[in-house]
Design a protein around this ligand. Structure first.
Ligand SMILES: Cc1cc2nc3c(=O)[nH]c(=O)nc-3n(C[C@H](O)[C@H](O)[C@H](O)COP(=O)(O)OP(=O)(O)OC[C@H]3O[C@@H](n4cnc5c(N)ncnc54)[C@H](O)[C@@H]3O)c2cc1C
Length: 382
């Protein structure tokens, strides 16, 4: 059996780890010459670390050396709204979250896979052939035949578009993110400041490096300029120490993102074709969970392949096991984006009051649902 993995981001490499553990041959493709490089950082929550541990035979201590042990949600004035239950996560899910450079995570996964070749080509579309085979047509003109395909080509997936059309849904806010060095004077390992129609957050990567992100509603931006310097003044209420890091970030190192998600409910598999990661279920980044879901996907694929030796049956099983989970996360992340970007002052005051009065058990209940997928040890498999 030979499977094509189209896209070598988090979802593609994690899928390769699942196939490798299952003894299945695969070929990795990516449209970029250096797909492992670049990008900012990802927060990986305990569910993702559990999945990664299963996929890499317990080697994650190598990348999980800087656990995030303190985390808060604050008003821009630094008034505390909520403590993130990170010690509770450690007790309940055995791990603290971490923040890792995307390139570090991808190189580390690629090393574990024994550095497979990544063929540079752009997948255009797929087509069913005879004898259960499936063809991929690439941008170079190449047409190749496989026993199965994993479409892991991200939120703008050509493969998904060629079958289901354009499914991305816009949001009313934009995001920027970057990594800075020499950030020593930080109080919390992770924090998020909520203002009116804007947010700013950070997470510690290691002793020297910090990842920060910012979001702003479009109506505060100029139509033709999405650069961070053009809206920098919107974040002038943040504490001075934070403004200092922002100003130390070189403009060319700040990534700018229009934020979309994919409406949930579309099939995650079709015969020998499987969708994973953002190609299957891109969610808005309000929880920092999209990459985590891609790692869960790969763990569930590994499980499905242990249950079903037939590729198409394993794909169908994967889709059944993932359907509810990814739909729930898409809905929750989208709702959280709307809720956190509100501008009405009365609504903001009510929201903040509700957060500051919320009992610990209520926050833990929400987090338990967010962090639980159906292969966590204490969860019953559907
Ligand atoms: C602002 C922001 C903050 C985020 N923060 C977090 C976070 O803290 N934690 C978290 O878990 N997630 C976070 N996410 C989400 C996370 O980045 C994505 O969910 C994750 O990167 C998806 O991985 P993927 O492999 O599915 O897609 P991608 O990372 O997009 O990888 C797709 C790969 O496919 C390749 N490709 C694309 N088209 C083709 C084609 N036609 N043929 C061949 N190759 C192709 C691309 O070059 C790329 O290498 C954030 C996202 C944003 C925008």
């Amino acid at each position: 059996m030979r499977i094509a993995i189209l896209g070598s981001g988090v979802a593609g490499l994690a899928a390769a780890a699942a196939l490798q553990q299952s003894g299945i041959d695969y070929v990795l493709f990516d449209r970029d010459a250096n797909p492992l490089d670049g990008g900012a950082a990802l927060i990986l929550w305990p569910n993702a670390l559990f999945a990664l541990n299963q996929l890499t035979s317990e080697k994650i201590s190598e990348i999980a050396q800087h656990p995030l042990k303190t985390g808060v949600l604050l008003e821009e004035t630094s008034t505390l709204l909520l403590q993130l239950p990170l010690h509770w996560m450690k007790e309940e899910f055995s791990r603290y979250p971490i923040c890792v450079r995307r390139s570090h995570l991808l190189h580390w996964l690629w090393d574990i896979l024994d550095r497979p070749k990544i063929e540079q080509d752009t997948a255009i579309h797929t087509e069913m052939g005879r004898n259960q085979k499936i063809y991929v047509e690439f941008g170079s003109g190449r047409k190749d035949c496989f026993d199965g395909i994993i479409a892991a080509d991200g939120i703008h997936s050509n493969i998904r578009k060629s079958i289901y059309g354009h499914l991305q849904r816009p949001t009313r806010y934009h995001a920027w993110r970057a990594i800075i060095q020499n950030a020593y004077d930080i109080q919390w390992d992770m924090a998020e400041y909520w203002g009116s129609g804007r947010r700013f957050g950070y997470a510690r990567i290691d002793a020297d490096h910090l990842y920060w992100f910012a979001t702003l509603n479009y109506r505060w931006m100029q139509k033709d300029d999405q650069s961070f310097p053009s809206i920098r003044h919107q974040f002038s209420n943040l504490p001075d120490s934070i403004q200092k890091w922002i100003d130390h970030t070189p403009n060319h190192e700040i990534f700018s993102h229009s934020i979309y998600d994919i409406a949930p409910g579309y099939p995650l598999s079709s015969g020998p074709l499987l969708f994973m990661g953002d190609a299957a279920h891109a969610i808005t980044p309000n929880l920092g969970f999209g990459g985590c879901l891609a790692l869960e996907d790969a763990h569930v694929l590994l499980h499905a392949l242990q249950q079903e030796k037939d590729w198409q049956k394993a794909c169908a099983r994967f889709a059944v096991l993932r359907k509810r989970r990814v739909a729930h996360m898409a809905k929750f992340a989208r709702w959280l984006g709307e809720f956190s970007q509100i501008e009405n002052h009365l609504a903001i005051q009510l929201r903040n009051k509700a957060f500051s009065l919320a009992p610990n058990f209520a926050s833990q209940k929400v987090w338990r649902k967010l962090l639980t997928y159906n292969l966590l040890p204490h969860h019953k498999i559907d």
